[in-house]
Design a binder for this molecule. Structure first.
Ligand code: GLN
Length: 485
């Protein structure tokens, strides 16, 4: 078995009988256990995975296997999984078991994939380094003294280290793209509404979107095609019909986009030191493939971080009010009154960053400050959306850095929340605009990966993925892997 196989390759191997799904699952379980110091998993689903793999093998024997039957995957620990804990990286949900599966989880299970475990994450998806996980940070397999990024850092690090071929993630302001970039793998945040949020613990509901982390564009497309689509249980899920995406499992992903016009936003390149040359080289690769490059401006980019942290905090403060020590999870010892129960359960159950968001969010929504903060942030959000819509009148896709630099050292930014927030400067704008965006590896600086971000118009995933496949056919950055045991 090839060490860092794509799921396309694994599916072929299973179909041809090169190995069984049980063998595949044992292989990945062994890798997960040999690399447990990377701390990429919160829960390993060993017994259930072997049962599911055996049933996948029977489907092959009976000739009823589908394209993803028997493929191992992992879910970020924010997706509800019936019978397996869903912690959201938090003490408050440490032992919580959801009574139902998230739509993403059951759609992928119905497609025959095998769930190996739940990956580590920043508490309630708030963070850019994984250091806000109650279960300790996952480590970057390229350099374990560095962070894997966040909040889907466990998923990205596990894929990068070859502990799992593909994993889900969620992205509210960059939590799929940034860790994918830091770990040298590919990750897509779909258009807001493309994937159902049902059963995905809510952080900032107007921004949260589920997506995929894997090695290549085709893997992302295959998993996305199963995850996405209208869900009556999420009223913000879209009924946008996309025959192309629906056909991916049968037809595969064809590299394309040679005739596209790609915009490079000035605001994203002006302060970029590390990685600027690599991104220019990536842009040059598209030009050689036949694309037209043009400089564009997204003038309200600077407003994105302040607007996001007001809006995401405000939404988080209401979403997280459900963790009250009564309905869900952790309850303090010996409460003396109802108020004491609420207060201590929440102050003992939540970590520092989550409390910071709840406090700032509550403040921004309070009478007297609502107009000054929340309303103003909404107006900025609209301006940012309009910047993108204007840009997409002239270009097909936008090419930008995913992060300001390579993965930073563990502990470097923990004392400076604002510096940590600045890490999301290039990923947050697309989130505020609800646009699809992905990150693919485009080079290395001193042995550490750098990501290129492509941002598309609403429901423009086909362009994003075909163009990424074109890039990956012409380069081999996605085939570099860290040395792990
Ligand atoms: N790092 C950002 C935050 O902390 C984004 C997180 C995310 O996308 N879930 O809010």
């Amino acid at each position: 078995m090839k060490e860092f196989a794509s799921i396309g390759e694994l599916a072929r191997g299973l179909r041809q009988g090169d190995y069984s799904s049980v063998e595949l699952v044992r292989h990945y379980l062994a890798r997960i256990s040999a690399n447990s110091t990377l701390n990429t998993f919160i829960t390993i689903n060993e017994d259930e995975a072997l049962i599911a793999a055996a049933s996948a093998d029977r489907a092959f024997e009976r000739g009823v296997a589908g394209p993803l039957t028997g493929i191992p995957l992992a879910h970020k620990d924010i997706f509800c999984t019936q019978g397996i804990t869903t912690t959201c990286g938090s003490h408050i949900l440490e032992n919580w078991i959801a009574p139902y599966d998230a739509t993403v989880v059951h759609r992928l299970a119905d497609a025959g994939t095998v769930l190996l475990g739940k990956t580590n994450m920043d508490e309630f998806a708030m963070g850019s380094s994984n250091e806000n996980s109650y279960f300790g940070a996952a480590l970057n397999p390229w350099d374990t003294s560095r962070v894997p990024g966040g909040s889907s850092g466990g998923s990205a690090a596990a894929v990068a280290a070859g502990l799992i071929p593909v994993a889900t993630g969620t992205d509210t302001g960059g939590s799929i793209r940034q860790p994918a970039a830091f770990c040298g793998v590919a990750g897509i945040k779909p258009t807001y509404g493309r994937v159902s949020r049902y059963g995905m613990a809510a952080f900032a509901s107007s921004l949260d979107q589920a997506g995929v982390i894997g090695h290549d564009a085709e893997d992302l497309a295959m998993v996305l095609s199963v995850m996405s689509g209208l869900d009556p249980r999420d009223s913000t899920s879209s009924d946008h019909a996309d025959p192309w995406l629906a056909g991916i499992l049968e037809d595969g992903l064809t590299p394309g986009g040679e005739k596209l016009t790609i915009g490079l936003p000035d605001e994203y390149f002006k302060d970029l030191n590390e990685g600027a040359a690599l991104l220019e080289a990536a842009a040059g690769e598209f030009e050689r493939a036949g694309c037209r490059l043009t400089r564009i401006s997204l003038p309200h980019t600077d407003a994105a971080i302040p607007a996001y942290y007001i809006l995401a905090g405000a939404e988080a403060s209401t979403n997280l009010s459900r963790y009250d020590g009564v309905h869900f999870g952790y309850r303090c010892e010996n409460p003396t009154s109802l108020e004491d129960l609420y207060q201590r359960s929440r102050s003992e159950g939540f970590g520092t960053e989550v409390k910071r968001r709840i406090l700032t969010g509550t403040y921004a929504l309070s009478v007297g400050y609502f107009d000054a903060y929340y309303l103003k942030a909404q107006k900025l959000r609209r301006l940012i959306q309009q910047d993108f819509l204007a840009a997409f009148a002239a270009v097909d896709l936008i090419l930008a850095p995913t992060t300001p630099g390579v993965a930073f050292h563990t502990g470097d930014l923990t004392d400076d929340p604002v510096a940590m927030y600045q890490q999301d400067i290039f990923t947050i704008p697309a989130s505020l605009a609800g646009l699809p965006a992905l990150s693919v590896p485009c080079g290395f600086i001193a042995g550490l990966p750098i990501g290129m971000q492509l941002i598309g118009p609403h429901f423009g995933e086909q362009k994003l993925l075909e163009t990424s496949a074109l890039y990956q056919r012409r380069t081999d950055w996605h085939q570099h892997h860290p040395e792990v045991t």
